[in-house]
Design a protein around this ligand. Structure first.
Ligand code: F6R
Length: 605
């Protein structure tokens, strides 16, 4: 995730900004940059790669009392010196850093280019600084305010102008930004760890607020210029928990980020008619007249692919095979014309997934990548990319990347279904349902205490089963993987109807069975399976929506989901399973964020 650090005051801006950025390194980034005011010039230095490269390029830090810095996690445009922030106006009078995604940047860029603005990068961010330049008439605050009225999307920005050396302007919507208060100096940062070693007194900016910082004063107003009285928040976290936003582990932080991640991934994907429209994604050309799809991935990403298979076959009526990349690459595939391969990879670097992609290319089959990392190998080699916008995932166990992957699977299914006239109403209805997801996942997160209590109760078990039918089976597989990888408890996922063909022999007194029951049309079948395991002494924990609670009454425990469309239920149902795995690992004193034997990115076969 991008990091912002800005400074105004009597100290030296350069080391203070670089130090702040270094404290945000844990968030992940691919390039870094800084802009400072020296005399009446803005000096900018930017470097792809680690912060150490930027520090080396700067050498002896020049003196400055105003500056902004940034660590970039690419979203628009590859990681490069040119695309790194800060970006500058044509006349280099204004410099800006930005976190977030500007949705309408293409339309704005076209307009600005026609008006003569010259762009140097491929980023959405550069549009903002040109927009401010367009409205600048010797008043930076007024120009920023005007620019904000034209911006759609999420943003946290920090802006300086060489003509107003005593001022730093910050504004935000849907992307975090805080202000650190010092003595004769003030800071702006995207996150508390950047400034915590300097001050524990902060203002937390709210959406649609703008702050004007000088060395001695911070004035906060809303976007309509009305003054805002903000109480100072005194940070009591130590620096290590501050990195995790106050959560004990990155995994828990990332689980809680999921509503926001869904909002980010949905951005720009719903057209004016209210239905999914991926025409702005650059992938649309690959989705026309497709007759066969292979979805190929590893681990959690493969589980997202299984949901993609259900969703695409149901909505678009195109045959789909979902395959494990390490198997796919060695199987003698019967390639047919008009085939598309979709690869899913959080890191974009997984060796087997990359090999499957190359195998498709060897047979002239185009590949669409769904990945979280701009500029990754998978993103570079694929014919088109859809980004998941989950932000860097630090915990080894994937949570927020998975939820954004399954959301993209639904978006793709809806896009692929568009040519089917009979799908029209369904597309519009489901598109509207997608917009409710962030709030629904937020509601599931409210069950955390109950899930934690269940994990405490069952922390000593040796073995668990996860059962489901249809989409629920795909979620069960992900739930079992999460539990085994971080808590080291044996966990098996089974298609509920398959149990009696062998694994039922393992069900014994006290074995927890987590039963996913979200598909109304399969509920009777699932209840029969529950009876089978209960008769053999299993303890059944049902994960079901409130409207199926009655049907699941004989389960020993219930975790209730909000009433969500059956078809979209995986997006809610996986959340209690992530929390269950997390708390099981915590109670068993496992290293949650770095489970033994596992690596975040598997770049070897
Ligand atoms: C499990 C997990 C792994 C990854 C798998 C693929 O929590 O994270 O199973 O999903 O290694 O990784 P990517 O998505 O980077 O290709």
């Amino acid at each position: 995730m991008c990091g912002i650090m800005g400074y105004i005051g009597s100290g030296n801006a350069v080391p203070l900004i670089l130090d702040g950025l270094a404290r945000l390194e844990y968030r992940g980034y691919d390039s870094a940059g800084i802009a400072i005011l020296q005399g009446n010039e803005i000096q900018v230095r930017k470097k792809e790669g680690r912060l150490s490269g930027l520090i080396e390029a700067i050498g002896q830090p020049p003196a400055a009392d105003l500056g902004i810095g940034h660590t970039r996690w690419a979203t628009h445009g590859i990681p490069s010196d040119r695309n790194a922030h800060p970006h500058q106006s044509c006349d280099e009078r204004i410099a800006l850093v930005h976190n977030g995604i500007l949705e309408n940047y293409m339309a704005l860029k076209k307009e600005l280019c026609e008006e003569g603005h010259r762009f140097k990068s491929e980023t959405d961010t550069e549009v903002i600084v040109h927009l401010i330049e367009k409205y600048y008439q010797d008043d930076l605050e007024a120009a920023v305010r005007e620019a904000l009225t034209h911006m759609q999307g999420s943003y946290a920005i920090a802006v300086i102008s060489r003509d107003e050396p005593q001022k730093l302007i910050a504004a935000k919507k849907d992307s975090p930004l805080i202000i650190g208060l010092g003595e004769g100096e003030n800071y702006v940062a995207s996150d508390i760890p950047a400034i915590l070693h300097k001050t524990d007194q902060v203002y937390i900016l709210q959406d649609e607020e703008l702050a004007v910082l000088t060395a001695d004063r911070v004035a906060i107003t809303d976007f309509s210029s009305a003054p805002v009285e903000r109480e100072i928040f005194k940070v009591t976290w130590d620096p290590v928990s501050a990195e995790k936003g106050g959560y004990e582990h990155f995994m828990l932080k990332e689980i809680h980020e999921q509503p926001r991640v869904l909002t980010e991934t949905l951005r720009g994907m719903i057209g004016e008619d209210g239905s999914v429209d991926m025409s702005g994604s650059g992938a649309e050309h690959l989705l026309r007249e497709v007759k066969k799809i292979y979805i190929v991935a590893c681990g959690t990403a493969y589980h997202a692919g299984l949901i993609g298979r259900y969703a695409i076959e149901k909505l678009a009526r195109i045959p789909v095979e979902a395959d494990i990349a390490s198997e796919f690459r060695y199987r003698d595939v019967l390639w047919q014309p008009q085939t598309l391969m979709i690869v899913i990879s959080q890191s974009g670097e997984t060796a087997d997934t990359l090999a499957a992609l190359r195998e498709a290319h060897r047979h002239g089959v185009p590949v669409l990548a769904v990945t979280n990392v701009v500029g990754s190998s998978v993103a570079r080699e694929a014919d088109a990319v859809i980004y998941t916008h989950a932000g860097p995932e630090i915990a080894v166990a994937s949570t927020k990347a998975y939820i954004s992957q399954i959301l993209v699977m639904y978006l793709l299914a809806l896009q692929l279904a568009r040519p089917r006239p009979e799908a029209g109403d369904g597309i519009r209805r489901l598109s509207a349902e997608l917009l409710k997801l962030p709030a629904q996942v937020e509601a599931v997160l409210k069950q955390e205490a109950q899930v934690k209590a269940l994990a405490q109760k069952y922390q000593d078990v040796q073995s668990t089963f996860f059962l489901g039918r249809g989409l629920d089976f795909a979620v069960a597989m992900e739930g079992a993987l999460k539990l085994k990888e971080i808590s080291y408890v044996h966990a098996e996922a089974y298609a509920a109807g398959e149990l009696k063909h062998g694994p039922l022999a393992l069900i014994d007194h006290g074995v927890p069975v987590l039963a996913l029951i979200t598909q109304s049309h399969l509920v009777d079948k699932s209840i029969s399976n529950i009876k089978e395991v209960k008769a053999r002494g299993a303890v059944v924990i049902a994960i079901c929506p409130g409207n199926l609670a009655g049907a699941c009454a004989e389960c020993d425990e219930q975790i209730l989901l909000p009433d969500i469309d059956d078809f979209l239920s995986p997006l809610a149902a996986v959340v209690p399973l992530q929390l269950f795995a997390y708390y099981m690992a915590v109670f068993r004193q496992a290293d949650v964020d770095k489970p033994k034997n596992l690596a975040k990115s598997v770049t070897v076969e």
